[in-house]
Design a protein around this ligand. Structure first.
Ligand code: ASP
Length: 440
């Protein structure tokens, strides 16, 4: 028998109907030993997540206003689930007590964490499984940094005491026991941490989509699903905007060599996407690339200076100027007498002129030009490594689509080619690359 840890996202636990789907999934697979729930998410597009309502409760409390009305909406959501599932324990009492704690403690993290806590209590009663409070087993240091090794020890020992258990996602505690949360979407991280401590064979991450798509469906018609990708490919794609999983959820499982399987609670027969530590040979029906992702809103700063190549410390001075203003750069394509840095627009907003001035001061360039409205597109796939023709396919596709390439960056690992194009060409370029690489 194997061991699986299953994390269910907010939309997978948004109402009683979904609780029943979760129960069917969990009980149909005896390998699932530990379940990590999120707080109830949206039931429909215009709905509000319980976590957001809890933050609102906290804000009211902080302004010395009553949170009763808002908190009653939360009570109603939970009681609807409780009643529809036919449960019988004093959940209403727990809800009232929790509302009172939120008022007294005035701690935003505590307030927000109750969404997962209460859902965890409900799910443990519904499944008849043990409940482990994340506050006792997920540890942060005094400054709020996640204490991975400490947590791993404590959690491993705790899991050994329970054959099956529910551990709520999203929160843990400081050394003094006060609740602290991960950033939003953090139940993914909790699930990965539990999977590592349980030495699970698989970390199942159940959500409302059947895994990763090869491209953004808002741009490319009907993109294929990625059946398998590596953690490194995932990093590259999610950095460029593909989001299904919280990015910090990668590290615990990658480190422990545990694959993550993205699954769809509403379509459990779909195998979803498997994220693996090491690439296998025959994958994704032999597709050369794994996925394409892109991001708009970048600026290209290009600095030209004759004999730049023989000037010591030139690159350092450019980057120092960025660092002095707390700006990080994405890419740095260079030529002999030219150097460019690609920076996200949101990093530049208020500081663009000052940064340019500083670069002029410290580098004395011949010219410096700023080109805004750049979009970056990453074409990612281990299948491109040591395959002559990958770059040719990509650039030929862009040429044929009439797209001008403003920047090229290919790491020597060869599994990611990044191009910068004008933002108006973004969609055309994405479609052209997809069409050129992806076989039906
Ligand atoms: N409930 C939290 C949020 O909405 C954490 C999570 O769902 O992963 O961000």
């Amino acid at each position: 028998m194997g061991v699986k840890v299953a994390k269910f996202g907010g939309s997978s636990l948004a109402d009683a109907e979904h609780f029943m789907k979760v129960r069917d999934i969990v009980l149909s697979d005896p390998d699932i030993c530990y379940v990590v729930p999120s707080a109830p998410g949206k039931r429909f597009k215009a709905d509000t997540k319980v976590t957001d309502m809890l933050y609102q409760c906290h804000r009211l409390v902080e302004r010395n206003q009553s949170h009763e009305e808002m908190y009653h909406k939360i009570i109603d959501r939970y009681m609807e689930i409780y009643n529809s599932l036919g449960l019988d324990f004093d959940f209403y009492g727990l809800l009232l007590e929790t509302g009172d704690q939120i008022r007294r403690l005035k701690n935003p993290d505590f307030a927000a964490s109750r969404g997962e806590y209460l859902n965890g209590v409900l799910l443990s009663k519904f499944l008849g499984w043990d409940f482990i409070d994340a506050r006792d087993v997920i540890k942060f240091d005094r400054t709020g940094v996640f204490a991975s090794e400490w947590t791993n020890e404590v959690l491993r020992d705790a899991l050994k005491q329970h054959e099956r258990a529910i551990i709520p996602g999203f929160y843990g505690a400081y050394p003094n026991g006060d609740v602290h949360t991960f950033s939003r979407g953090g139940s993914d991280i909790s699930g990965a941490i539990v999977a590592r401590a349980a030495q699970a064979d698989v970390y199942e991450n159940w959500t409302d989509v059947s895994g990763f798509l090869m491209a953004d469906p808002n741009i490319v018609d009907n993109p294929k699903c990625i059946r398998e990708l590596s953690y490194r490919e995932l990093r590259e794609l999610s950095y460029m905007g593909a989001t299904v999983l919280h990015e910090d959820a990668i590290f615990p499982v990658h480190k422990a060599n545990i694959p993550t399987n993205i699954r769809n609670t509403n379509d459990p027969s779909d195998p979803g996407t498997m994220i693996v530590p090491a690439v296998t040979s025959k994958r994704n029906d032999g597709q050369r690339i794994t996925g394409i992702a892109g991001h708009k809103n970048f600026t290209l700063i290009t600095i030209d200076k004759a004999m730049m190549n023989s000037e010591y410390g030139f690159g350092r001075r450019v980057l120092q100027a960025l660092e002095d203003f707390g700006v990080s750069f994405e890419h740095m394509p260079t030529g002999i007498d030219t150097m460019s840095v690609v920076v996200s627009d949101k990093e530049l907003v208020t500081r663009k002129d000052q940064i340019i001035q500083r670069i002029e001061q410290v580098c004395q360039p011949d010219t410096i030009s700023v080109s805004t409205g750049i979009a970056l597109i990453a074409t990612v796939g281990h299948g491109m490594v040591r395959q002559p023709g990958s770059a040719a396919t990509l650039f030929n596709a862009l040429y044929e689509a009439g797209v001008n390439v403003k920047m090229i960056d290919q790491g020597s690992s060869e599994f990611n080619i990044i191009v910068g194009v004008h933002v108006d060409d973004f969609e055309t370029a994405m479609r052209a690359i997809y069409k050129a690489f992806v076989k039906d």
